[in-house]
Design a protein around this ligand. Sequence first.
Ligand code: ARG
Length: 576
Amino acid sequence: MSQLQRHLRDRLLDALQGLGLSRTDAEPMLRLEPPKNREHGDVALGAFQLAKAMGKAPPALAAELAAAIAPDATVAAAVAAGPFVNFRFQRAALARDVLTDILQNAAPYGPAAKSKEVVCIDFSSPNIAKPFHIGHMRSTVIGTSLCRIHRHLGATVHGINHLGDWGMPFAKMMTAYMHWGDETELQKAPMRYMFDLYKRYSKEAKDNPALDDEAAKHFQALESGDDNKERRMWQFLRDESLKAFQGPYERLSVTFDAITGESFFEDKMEDAMQRVAKKGILETSEGAEVVTLKEQGIATPCLLRKSDGTTLYHTRDLAAVFYRESTYHPTRILYIVGAEQKLHFDQLKGVLVKMKEPIAAAVEHVPFGLVLSKNDEGKWEKFASRSGNAVFLDEILDEAVRKVTKVIAEKNPDLEDKDRIAEQVGVAAIVFNDLKNSRIKDVKFDWETMLNFEGETGPYVSYACARLSSILRKSEQSVPAIDKVDFSQLADAEKVLLVMLDFGTAVQRAAEQSEPSIVTAHTIALAGEIHSYLRDHHVLGAEPAVRDARLLLVEAARRLLVTGLSLLGITPPERM
Ligand code: ARG
């Protein structure tokens, strides 16, 4: 918690104690947040919950609290407005405390102390028999950001890649490889090669249904658990796919704490099925085993075992919940998966609810919208690449980097370390574009917009960071020590400081709502405010006391932008 927040909380807890509510009771109900309208104050407290606990009307309590908080060296004013109390800080205290916290990397600007939260984040999770779908790119980017946001807030995070490495799609590709595969060709470009095999299989299976029977047999052989040719082939194709993903994952700074794909649950499904059966909720329907969920408003039953005895995507997800529960003891399990799988997760949670498993409450589907691109007539439609809806992540990243390289060649041809900077800015453009709007909205994939250095884009915020770094580099003075700075010189930087003050709430809300876009919006706001400030105020030419205070502001803004971007999974360049 920031120094300002801590001070204000202490004052409020004293005041509430004076009104008869103990500090321990009051503590969890004190949420200081930015007011709806900045004119009203720097932070606001909604008195609803507290008033309820004290048996008072919220406006009455707000008035009592406002009256009890007299101005001091930190707090300038406390004013009640209906059920809210709005606070203003003294301007010098605002500057001093915010900048000190940022420069000392204290929470919320730096990582918080370990909390009790344990968050499992199931993300990326491509089906490795099939090509990477553009939706997997969104899951990868959103999931990475959520891992970083929760870690920043002190949670223990388990980022999990629930790889689709089992089931019929895999069996089909294996069948294709057995017929037409060639290892040397595969090694050249594994993902593309597997994709071509998959396409060939789909085409040939149309005229030759026997292929599907063959694939089903291979899958049964695989599920038998024996050490047979299917198992060896499975291991080989899985290893090759994982190797091929590693490159793009590294470029996106994505890491996993566990790569426990569907195959990992192969020997854990029987226990899971038993556990469901014991609750007496498993029904047989045409030889298959299902759980009906009508009473929860879910019309389609959850199919857990097919009539031929094989298991399904659902069976593995159920086993995965139990495994995660006993291995990690999570407070939340987030599934970063496209909105089209809503029913799947409703059913999964429905089964857990019907089983009366407490872990049901932790299961949260975090859906997101589609990626759209412009078709030849200029209309937005579901993303399509030259190879259909398949995408090769590395190709998209390469394309972004190529385009940024061109811009650099035009605008700043003498830039040192061009390639590295183009890579950083290109990747930033893609990630930022994905995380810019609330995740449920469709993402418009348009090169021109996302690479616009003047829009609300990755390149724009990266450029803001580089500009701040450049001011600091040009200054002959190093950034002054905090205790040497006269903070009253920053009265004109109020807007920048207030955006900085809001950072903690932004990160908190992003975690609660699984919404990285709140952090993205914060970086845009901060970049915008510091840009305007620097347009109207000189740093290096100002007289020493002013210059020093402004240098400190610039350094804090730079650091906070870097932190915000790092929570999105973006590393901005030092120069551009
Ligand atoms: N492999 C799945 C797909 O591509 C996504 C898996 C998401 N995670 C999960 N636990 N179901 O559709």
